[in-house]
Ligand binder design. Structure first.
Ligand code: ZN
Length: 64
């Protein structure tokens, strides 16, 4: 059981691509989908459940 492992949530402000980023990995300097460099990184602990809803111009994240 990988107890120490948790990841950050990465969201692109340009195309709203979203993905998980394992802590300790190199991470993303640019969006892998559109190449834009305006990425938001949201720290997420592994015990936090969350869901992402991607709308037309917004990203909604529910932390439960
Ligand atoms: Zn993008």
């Amino acid at each position: 059981m990988p107890g120490e492992e948790y990841c950050d949530l990465v969201i692109c402000n340009s195309c709203l691509w979203a993905g998980s980023l394992l802590r300790g990995s190199r991470g993303f300097m640019i969006c892998p989908a559109c190449g834009n460099n305006s990425l938001d990184v949201i720290p997420v602990n592994d015990y936090e459940k969350y869901s992402i809803n991607v709308g037309n111009k917004s990203v909604e994240i529910d932390f439960k």
